[in-house]
Design a protein around this ligand. Structure first.
Ligand SMILES: Cc1cc2nc3c(=O)[nH]c(=O)nc-3n(C[C@H](O)[C@H](O)[C@H](O)COP(=O)(O)OP(=O)(O)OC[C@H]3O[C@@H](n4cnc5c(N)ncnc54)[C@H](O)[C@@H]3O)c2cc1C
Length: 415
């Protein structure tokens, strides 16, 4: 493969991890992105790296919660009604994925991929990068009700199925761990084998720095069209240039469907837009992320301050942000930690590139030799991005994959 040129589209966690793996295999690699490395969804996530993420988003019992969520302006879900006709096929598929047999199959595939998360981050970053950016101190989930919903029961079964270690925490233990947490919090769960990054955006930028140091190129261009050539290669037309490539890897996150439409490829991807607020000078100092399950909100130390992130908004990925969704996150913070203090220093919105079954789309596109995908990581890109990149790099170079790639194929059974 050495001497072959690969163009990777997108400089988020998925694209840069893939580019770095490919460069280390001796390929010539160019990454195209109009924005600086780590400026998409990879910029503003909660930073949780969760090898024990074995629970897909569509679960039994979830559908029953949807009307309540939609009626609550501060609730975890909003669907823009004007976007509904476009989103409906995706939403119907999402509903079909919420049966226990389907969720169990998906869970097995998530577990197989996410299991390799820390090992792949370590391969990419090396020991000093791991020490600088990644903490393996677990994550805490908390609930504000003793009632166990059908979805939570399903989560428990899936975690048990995969032998995920966890420790139940009562209200007193939680108050010792998080002095000042609201009295409404009555129970929690420690997932000790998960972790987090202390800075999502810097972490992804580091991948870019490592790529450049290894001889890869990152150019500030937007890919407009992928054109197969008669000689079996590709030309990528960007807004200012043309790039010849033996292979192209599409890792453009939620923008991937637009780019692939001219090739008659219809990806089952929706933009699940999420928001965060960053706080400066907060009295609340967290050592590890805490997820308020009933609110659908995560609070984590990220980017040198406190970050509160969450909510799902189904809308076009390039529609303007609704800053009220971000402001509601501050209400959640003040209710959960009344003495948190601090001032909001940034409102942010980004699009999770999500498939209905929560599994990414990875590897070769059979109808277009030389075209590969690394998209669709939804809620789990900081976890699944690096192991996915390793799988995609193996598909490009023809090396044996670390795990069976079938469940993540664009042509996977049941898709
Ligand atoms: C609020 C929120 C919280 C989250 N929390 C977590 C978490 O705690 N843990 C976790 O694992 N995941 C989390 N996620 C999900 C995670 O952020 C995403 O799955 C991941 O960042 C997706 O990475 P990506 O590289 O596929 O996409 P992106 O990071 O969006 O990168 C895509 C890149 O493609 C570029 N691009 C687009 N179009 C073109 C084009 N035509 N040509 C060239 N380049 C193009 C964009 O500029 C962008 O830089 C969260 C997401 C959100 C929104």
């Amino acid at each position: 493969m050495s001497g072959k040129h690969v163009v990777v589209l997108g400089a988020g966690v998925a694209g840069l991890s893939t580019a770095l793996y490919l460069r280390r295999e001796g390929l010539s690699v160019t990454v195209l992105d109009p924005l600086p490395a780590g400026s998409g969804a990879s910029f503003g996530n909660a930073g949780m790296i969760s090898p024990d993420s074995v629970v897909p988003i569509a679960l039994p019992g979830m559908l029953r919660k949807v009307p309540h969520w939609l009626l609550d302006p501060m609730g975890p879900l909003r669907v823009n009604t004007r976007h509904l006709p476009r989103a409906l096929p995706w939403l119907l598929r999402w509903i079909r994925c919420g049966t226990m047999p389907r969720a169990t199959r998906t869970s097995d595939a998530l577990a197989a991929l996410h299991r390799h998360s820390f090992a792949c981050w370590a391969e990419l970053l090396g020991p000093s990068g791991m020490d600088e950016f990644i903490r393996r101190q677990g994550q805490i989930h908390v609930w504000e009700s003793h009632r166990v919903s059908a979805a939570e029961q399903a989560e428990r079964r899936l975690r048990e199925r995969h032998g995920v270690r966890s420790q139940v925490l009562d209200a007193q233990q939680l108050r010792r761990m998080f002095p000042g947490i609201a009295n409404s919090v009555v129970r929690g769960l420690l997932l000790p084998d998960n972790g987090h990054t202390i800075d999502s955006s810097r972490l992804v930028q580091r991948l870019g720095e490592l790529l450049r140091a290894a001889g890869g190129r990152i150019v500030a261009e937007r890919a407009l069209k992928l054109v197969p050539t008669e000689s079996g290669r590709w030309t990528v037309l960007s807004h200012v240039d043309n790039h010849a490539a033996d292979s192209v890897v599409v890792a453009t996150g939620a923008a991937a469907p637009d780019l692939l439409r001219p090739l008659r490829l219809r990806l089952p991807l929706a933009a699940e837009r999420g928001y965060h607020i960053a706080l400066c000078d907060a009295r609340l100092q967290l050592e590890r992320p805490i997820v308020f399950k009933s609110r659908g909100v995560a609070m984590s130390p990220n980017g040198g301050g406190l970050r509160v992130s969450g909510t799902v908004e189904i809308d076009a990925h390039d529609a303007p942000p609704d800053e009220r969704r971000a402001r509601y996150l501050e209400n959640h913070l003040r209710q959960a930690f009344p003495d948190a203090g601090g001032a909001v220093s940034r409102l942010w919105m980004g699009s999770r590139p999500s498939t209905p079954d929560s599994l990414p789309l990875l590897g070769a596109v059979a109808a277009h030799p030389g075209l590969f995908l690394c998209v669709g990581h939804g809620h789990f890109g900081m976890t699944g991005g690096p192991p996915s990149a390793r799988l995609v790099a193996a598909a490009v170079t023809g090396k044996p994959p670390i795990i069976d790639p079938t469940p993540y194929s664009i042509a996977r059974p049941g898709r």
